[in-house]
Design a protein around this ligand. Structure first.
Ligand SMILES: NC(=O)C1=CN([C@@H]2O[C@H](COP(=O)(O)OP(=O)(O)OC[C@H]3O[C@@H](n4cnc5c(N)ncnc54)[C@H](OP(=O)(O)O)[C@@H]3O)[C@@H](O)[C@H]2O)C=CC1
Ligand SMILES: O=C1O[C@H](COP(=O)(O)O)[C@@H](O)[C@H](O)[C@H]1O
Length: 500
């Protein structure tokens, strides 16, 4: 891996502390860092190199999944860190930074390869990119890369505007848009699951699949992020990016070869085939919810409107469920249900593939209870894959019962999403970053729904904190004869229980 300078905007912030430094450190321990690396942390806070290094050390000690085997290891890692005070709005601060970066490049005798990571509020994204260009930091004799956090735009128009501005300073190939769900091991594994297994590939279509359910439920509420969340809501915060990315990864067709361009092409095709939702379709296919008071994990919880710093009578969505149709030959007639919510009963990100139960009737005379086959992909907090099949019990007079095949890897110390993503960016592999096409097509699908929400055209369904969301979300599936499958702890001898 080529030597480089890693420039971190937002080095004093929450994300850097909780995710980025621990990720870099674990990459260092795994020898997945460039041979020589110079790291510059930036912010307005008055750190010196020494106090900044102390800040990084604390973050690693608190948040790293792995601990150093000895003090020297951590010291050697931290020694590459420097700090430069920079106000993103002041061009002179970039000029000062350029001098420091060039000086370190000369000291370490490393090429002018520069990776700029924007871990700051989205209002700074385009300004920083342009200032990088103006100041000369972005004019290098080596390569340059821009890693950019979410959110990428507030709506379709602002996303397009942001992209247009970024493209004045960086090409699409140089931009790595982070969607941390694409860094989750099980989301990355979808590709292998679908394309490396002829057994599953043969079934991955509308002939065999009845419906697909993608859930990202959280037990937390808005926490300290009221200012951000109340302007955003679940549709922008989770659906436009993470849920649609998981849908693309699940519904993409087998490419001729598996490579970053081919995967991206297949994902784009999924988005191009999404049936748009407009007008009456929104009422029929989108459920918008907000939590009211309740109990989460035995603890009393206030309703969203009573959370600190949330507008009185706020109509921000904290829950979305949607039925999505993909108009192509592979998925014609198969509903994809997605669902996300805060203050739900459990923390779980999972994809459930429900297979058609066309053979059910041949057992009907024997009054056997045949349940559909399910492929359950648990993404977090647990990572596992289970296939649920029907089988004849050796006990109970040969009664048909559900059995579970566990396809899970032995798990030990799995690299975290940010480690995977930063490592991919080091290598120049953008497979698991969001391409502009995907981002734009996602916003195109979401925009009419946002418009309907803003015009008050979609009812807001309340659900008690600690529940599985509003009843309307169950009705969405019931209308097609389905139900949400819950599989936190599937019991082989019982039928799965459904949420609701
Ligand atoms: N925290 C999280 O869990 C997640 C965050 N994100 C995204 O990551 C980004 C950063 O989030 P987070 O770390 O939580 O935010 P914080 O508010 O904790 O940190 C913001 C950072 O921006 C810096 N900053 C603010 N104003 C300026 C300025 N004028 N010039 C230079 N630097 C400035 C601050 O430094 P200083 O005050 O020293 O100037 C600070 O380091 C956001 O885009 C967010 O959406 C995405 C997913 C999860
Ligand atoms: O991007 C976001 O994701 C988190 C949920 O992430 P997870 O990895 O814990 O599933 C969500 O809480 C947050 O609101 C959103 O901005």
């Amino acid at each position: 891996m080529e030597s480089m300078t890693f420039v971190l905007f937002g080095a004093t912030g929450d994300l850097a502390k909780r995710k980025i430094y621990p990720a870099l450190y674990n990459l260092y321990l795994d020898k997945k860092m460039p041979q020589a690396i110079s790291v510059f942390g930036l912010g307005r806070k008055e750190f010196t190199d020494a106090t900044f290094q102390e800040h990084v050390r604390k973050s690693i000690e608190t948040f790293s999944r792995r601990k150093a085997e000895n003090d020297e290891q951590l010291e050697a890692f931290i020694a590459s860190f420097r700090y430069s005070i920079l106000d993103a709005t002041k061009i002179e601060d970039y000029e000062t930074l350029l001098k420091k970066v060039e000086k370190r490049e000369a000291e370490l005798n490393i090429p002018q390869n520069r990776m700029f990571y924007l871990s700051v509020g989205p209002e700074f994204f385009d300004l920083i990119a342009l200032n990088l260009k103006e100041s000369g930091l972005g004019t290098t004799a080596g390569w340059k890369k821009l890693l950019i956090e979410k959110p990428f735009g507030h709506d379709l128009a602002s996303a397009r505007e942001l992209n247009e501005r970024l493209s004045k300073a960086f090409t699409e190939e140089e931009i790595y848009r982070i969607d941390h769900y694409l860094g989750k091991p099980m989301v990355q594994n979808l590709e292998a699951l679908e394309f490396a297994n002829p057994v599953l590939q043969a079934l991955w279509n509308n002939k065999h699949i009845a419906n697909v359910q993608i859930t990202a439920s959280e037990m937390v509420g808005v926490e300290e992020r009221a200012g951000y969340y109340d302007h955003v809501g679940a549709l922008r915060d989770m659906v436009q990016n993470h849920l649609l990315q998981m849908l693309m990864m699940t519904a993409m067709q087998t490419p001729e070869k598996v490579g970053q361009d081919q995967i991206r092409e297949q994902k784009r095709k999924v988005m191009e085939a999404l049936r748009p939702v407009n007008g009456q379709d929104i009422h029929e296919n989108i459920i918008r919810g907000q939590y009211s008071s309740g109990e989460v994990n035995g603890q009393a919880s206030v309703g969203y409107r009573d959370e600190p710093n949330i507008k009185e009578n706020s109509s921000t969505d904290t829950f979305i469920a949607a039925r999505i149709w993909i108009d192509n030959d592979l998925w014609e007639g198969v509903p994809f249900y997605i669902r996300t919510g805060k203050k739900m009963k459990e923390k779980s990100t999972r994809i459930v593939i429900e297979f058609k139960d066309t053979l059910k009737e041949i057992y009907e005379e024997k009054k056997e209870q045949i349940v559909p086959n399910l492929l359950i992909i648990e993404i977090s907090p647990n990572e596992n894959i289970k296939l649920l099949l029907n089988s004849k019990s050796p006990f109970e007079n040969g009664k048909i019962e559900q059995v579970e095949i566990d396809l899970t890897h032995a798990q030990k110390d799995v690299p975290e999403a940010y480690e995977r993503l930063i490592f991919d960016a080091f290598k120049g592999d953008s497979t698991f970053f969001a391409h502009w096409n995907e981002v734009e097509l996602s916003w195109e699908w979401v925009q009419p729904v946002l418009d309907a929400f803003e015009q008050g055209d979609a009812p807001l369904h309340f659900y008690p904190a600690g529940s599985n969301g509003p009843e309307a979300s169950d009705e969405l599936l019931a209308a097609n004869g389905f139900k949400w499958w819950l599989d936190s702890k599937p019991a082989a001898k019982e039928s799965l229980v459904s949420i609701g």
